[in-house]
Design a protein. Structure first.
Length: 230
């Protein structure tokens, strides 16, 4: 689908103020934005799939994505969720190996795509920026390690901490962050049955910590949500 000028400007502005790109030197920001393009991805479509050859690096400007792997029986394991400001696809771009997971839009999304050829041209001309791009890998690795530690917790604490983690990824940093995730996706992400996840979510809603919507969870009381008490 064709992207109009207003969408491109909005997407670029979004990535300039949140996430990895916002923390980069002005010269590198300009290089990335000049050599990249904005693509629109519909809800449910894959940006890339497990086993695909690397085609580039991605920055999520609007919408949401899930990072998934699949077991031999076809069941999906959601390893993480990304929102505005999330950068991904860096591992295969850096090591030139096939994608190790699938990345799928969970809502209509605007995504910056820096083709691998352009990435390599930047690094060839400005080798000092390689460390900046490795910073994306470091950020994502730290997030993965945090989620791993969270998943070792009992179900209620696990769910609360994952919601807190996802809410912290909300680039808008609004008073009541909105997490775009279905109960089924959340349950898969934290290794619970949908029924168990729903029971905990309903309990948290009754306590005034969250408000459930269709495919969304609104955090009403972040302080209570981050409280580890059972």
């Amino acid at each position: 689908m064709k992207i109009d000028g207003c969408e491109v400007k909005r997407a670029m502005t979004s990535l300039e103020v949140r996430g990895w790109l916002a923390d980069q030197p002005e010269k590198l920001r300009q290089l990335v934005m000049r050599k990249a393009s904005i693509i629109r991805v519909a809800n449910g479509d894959a940006i890339y799939q497990h086993g695909d050859n690397p085609t580039g690096l991605y920055g999520l400007a609007e919408g949401g994505v899930k990072f998934s792997s699949f077991q031999e029986n076809g069941s999906e394991i959601i390893t993480s969720i990304g929102f505005s400001g999330t950068w991904f696809g860096e591992l295969s771009v850096l090591d030139n190996l096939p994608r190790h997971h699938s990345t799928i839009a969970i809502s209509d999304s605007l995504i910056l795509h820096l083709p691998i050829r352009e990435f390599k041209l930047i690094i060839h001309e400005y080798p000092e920026y390689l460390g900046n791009f490795i910073g994306i890998l470091s950020r994502n690795l730290r997030a993965t390690m945090l989620l791993r530690d969270i998943l070792a917790q009992p179900p209620r604490i696990r769910l609360k901490q994952v919601l807190g983690f996802l809410a912290s990824q909300d680039g808008d940093q609004q008073h009541n962050p909105i997490i775009q995730i279905s109960q089924e996706q959340l349950a898969k992400m934290i290794g619970l049955s949908r029924q168990t996840a729903n029971q905990i979510l309903r309990s948290l809603e009754e306590e005034g910590q969250i408000k459930l919507g269709y495919g969304t969870i609104v955090v009403s009381d972040m302080k209570a949500l981050l409280d580890d008490a059972c």
